[in-house]
Design a protein around this ligand. Structure first.
Ligand SMILES: CC(C)(COP(=O)(O)OP(=O)(O)OC[C@H]1O[C@@H](n2cnc3c(N)ncnc32)[C@H](O)[C@@H]1OP(=O)(O)O)[C@@H](O)C(=O)NCCC(=O)NCCS
Length: 432
């Protein structure tokens, strides 16, 4: 039993309970012993939107929102972004340690050899309208993969899980690239096994008639950095969805499709697309004060600002500001950056934002970079989903190996009608 305890006195009957405190938490189930009598269900905790509830123990990602710290498996995000490739980071998230050179070689080989999609997937994607949102195409195709790999439902078999992890990390860029090319009416490009993860992705996106696609190194590295920054973010809305669906032992394609659906919302990964729409709407620096005034009046939110956990500058946004400058050396400057920087400057001096600790988050700058690289805003959230697949799968693996986890099923506080009967609502008629 933990030495730290919390004493709780039930003022209804004067009884006192001693609840163990472990790692700064009390177990919600310990509240159930607090009852007024044998028929009492016991106290529950009520926490809409999980504002103060830990749903799991996790060793994957650490965030200190007040100090603006993000670490994967203990390593600061700044160091990983500076020195690693995305696939090294994906390995780290899933295995807990960085790979040795030999392990990395095998890992890269295995992921690279799982990038192809079954030919029928092309027909499936062909069925979408030319203007279908790429997130809809991604979500549906992820779910459809479940039908191609029926063995994936054996989620308690570690070897089967491993196989699906390789497939999902390998295939998600291919699905994304197919969705992108479908919306442009271009033929699909097969993966090229001689290229790195990000170079191959660029090849599948942008190859035209040349025999071999040669990517720009700065842009390929920028994509790697973007992918590293987006790879995981502890128990966010989509990771929680992955865990929730995974807890029913649905196969990982279905769970990942659900997680990607959660990511698509404008308050989560969809925010990067919204930021670009917002910057376009603002148009010029002169319009910023007027726009901020409307935000403060509650007319709309400043997209790309604020975070449930960060109450300080998002460390990923800091890195992205630098990456943006590097990308612009190649692509030319995206004029939206100047509006974004000025918007940030004005907002960070404004009492409304200061008081609420609202800072730019990762989505504030990522879209500007993606746009400079040539993506339309509809693709931005797909670009987020590609690397986040590694994080979702790390969370899913952890869930399935955690003996404390069961099917995810919250309680409710019932606020509806007490029992009532039809005969009161429909008094008997003459015909009855
Ligand atoms: C991320 C987000 C959903 C977090 O929400 P949350 O933790 O539930 O925070 P709240 O909505 O309770 O916000 C607290 C206060 O700040 C305000 N606020 C939060 N984000 C804001 C924003 N982007 N613009 C203006 N005001 C904002 C809220 O209106 C609220 O004000 P109030 O106390 O006067 O009611 C929210 O900040 C948001 O919608 N941001 C814009 C979307 C976005 O960028 N999402 C990407 C996240 S990585």
């Amino acid at each position: 039993m933990s030495k730290e305890t919390l004493s709780v006195t039930d003022d209804r009957n004067g009884k006192t309970y001693s609840l163990p405190i472990e790692k700064g938490t009390v177990r919600a189930m310990d509240l159930r012993q607090i009852k007024t009598g044998p028929d009492d269900f016991g106290i529950m905790s009520y926490d809409p939107a999980f504002m103060n509830t830990a749903s799991c123990r996790s060793a994957v990602t650490f965030i200190d929102g007040d100090r603006g710290i993000l670490r994967y498996r203990g390593y600061p995000i700044e160091e990983l972004a500076e020195h690693c490739t995305f696939l090294e980071v994906a390995y780290l998230l899933l295995h807990g340690e960085l790979p040795s050179p030999a392990e990395l070689k095998d890992w890269v080989y295995e992921i690279t050899h799982h990038t192809m999609l079954h030919e029928n997937v092309k027909k499936f994607i062909d069925g979408f309208h030319y203007d279908a949102h790429p997130m809809g195409m991604l979500v549906s195709t992820l779910a459809a993969l479940s039908t191609f790999y029926p063995e994936s439902k054996n989620v308690l078999d570690a070897r089967v899980r491993r196989q699906q992890i390789l497939r999902l990390i390998g295939k998600v860029p291919t699905i994304a690239a197919y969705a992108y090319r479908h919306s442009l009416g271009l033929p699909y490009v097969y993966p090229d096994n001689e290229l790195s993860y990000t170079e191959n992705f660029m090849n599948m996106l942008w190859k035209k008639t040349e025999l071999k696609y040669l990517s720009n190194r700065t842009l390929a590295r920028a994509l790697d950095v973007l992918f590293i920054l987006h790879a995981d973010h502890e128990q966010n809305c989509s990771a929680n969805t992955m865990r929730c669906v995974g807890s029913s032992q649905a196969d990982p394609y279905l769970a990942a499709a659900a997680a990607a659906s959660a990511l698509a919302g404008p308050l989560h990964g969809g925010a990067n697309e919204e930021v670009l729409k917002m910057l376009a709407e603002i148009g010029t620096k002169e319009n910023i004060p007027g726009y901020i005034k409307q935000v403060k009046e509650g007319k709309f939110k400043l997209m790309g600002f604020g975070h449930r956990v960060y109450k300080n500058y998002d460390p990923r946004a800091k890195i992205l500001k630098r990456t943006a400058e590097e990308v612009f050396q190649v692509t030319g400057r995206n004029p939206k950056l100047d509006i974004a920087i000025e918007l940030e400057r004005i907002a960070l001096e404004d009492e409304y934002f200061v008081k609420r600790k609202l800072y730019p988050n990762v989505d504030f700058y990522s879209g500007i970079i993606y746009q400079a690289m040539g993506f339309r805003p509809e693709m931005f959230t797909v670009m987020f989903a590609i690397p986040r697949m590694a994080g979702w799968l790390a969370q899913w693996e952890e869930l399935l190996q955690d003996p404390e986890q069961k099917i995810s099923r919250p309680r409710q506080v019932f606020t509806g009608k007490d029992v009532r009967h039809l005969e009161q609502a429909r008094p008997a008629t003459a015909a009855d």
